[in-house]
Design a protein around this ligand. Structure first.
Ligand code: BGC
Length: 252
């Protein structure tokens, strides 16, 4: 296998998903494999599932790069936070744990950072020359800040405190589901969130990802912002593609 391929693995709250990625096309080169996230999603249990996924693609991957996403701050391979995952990831040498379990190098990145670089590399913000903020609306709110194609990692804009609330508790798509909000009730929360991000960062483009981006027509046209705001294009492929891309970039 040439260096144009890498394995991306996306660790989520309900599933751990992996696929071989064609880095020229910015898309999957194989079917995606999904395995349920262990109910006790500790680093050791998750590493065992990641091992199964790597094993599944081992023949095609050879010694190619492996990128893994996690919904946590990842600083120099250490997971610092655990907003929507098992608390044992806080201050955990996670990259090392995966490498020990797999017997090979991996690159561990925040899930939204991976999705962000994928959107700038291949999706809704492809080749954008300015300041792009990608947010993912899901269980939490993830964010990626990318300036002139360069990622500023671990921005955690889902945890901005807005009107006394941790923003993701009010504006993540899980808040809409949990509270049974109509679109007319949810849109003002998104308005408040995105106008705050816009005021603080003055991005040139904002991209909205996460499962809810499939329903972008229900909320994006209603937001009153000076910044263009568009739906993500890679949908649930973004984390895997971005992780693979970042791993390959680090290997080169
Ligand atoms: C976490 C982030 C993550 C986001 C999306 C937030 O709660 O703090 O690290 O990127 O959820 O999963």
């Amino acid at each position: 296998m040439t260096s144009n391929f890498a394995l991306g693995i996306d660790i989520g709250g309900s599933g751990i998903k992996g696929a071989l990625v064609d880095l020229t096309a910015g898309d999957f080169a194989t079917e995606r494999l999904r395995i349920d996230t262990p109910s006790e999603s500790t680093p050791a249990n998750v590493a065992a599932v990641v091992g199964e996924i790597v094993e599944n693609f081992a023949d095609q991957l050879g010694d190619g790069p492996i990128g893994i996403t996690i919904p946590a701050i990842v600083q120099h391979g250490v997971t610092i936070s655990a907003a929507n995952i098992h608390e044992s990831w806080v201050n955990c040498p996670a990259e090392q744990i995966f490498e020990d379990a797999l017997g090979r190098d991996i690159v561990l990145v925040n899930d939204a950072d991976a999705a962000g670089v994928a959107e700038v590399g291949f999706g809704a913000a492809k080749g954008h020359p300015g300041l792009v903020i990608v947010t993912t609306l899901g269980t939490g709110i993830g964010s990626a800040i990318i300036h002139r194609g360069v990622l500023v990692p671990n921005s955690e804009l889902g945890h901005l405190e807005i009107d006394g609330y941790d923003a993701e508790k009010r504006a993540a798509s899980s808040a809409r589901e949990r509270e049974g909000l109509k679109w007319s009730e949810y849109v003002p929360r998104l308005q408040r969130y995105y106008e705050t991000v816009e005021f603080l960062f003055s991005p040139d483009l904002m991209v909205v990802g996460g499962g809810i981006s499939k329903k972008a027509d229900k909320f994006l046209p209603k937001l009153k912002l000076r910044t263009p705001i568009v739906p993500a294009q890679l949908q649930n492929r973004a984390g895997i593609v971005g992780a693979a891309w970042l791993a390959a970039a680090e290997a080169s």
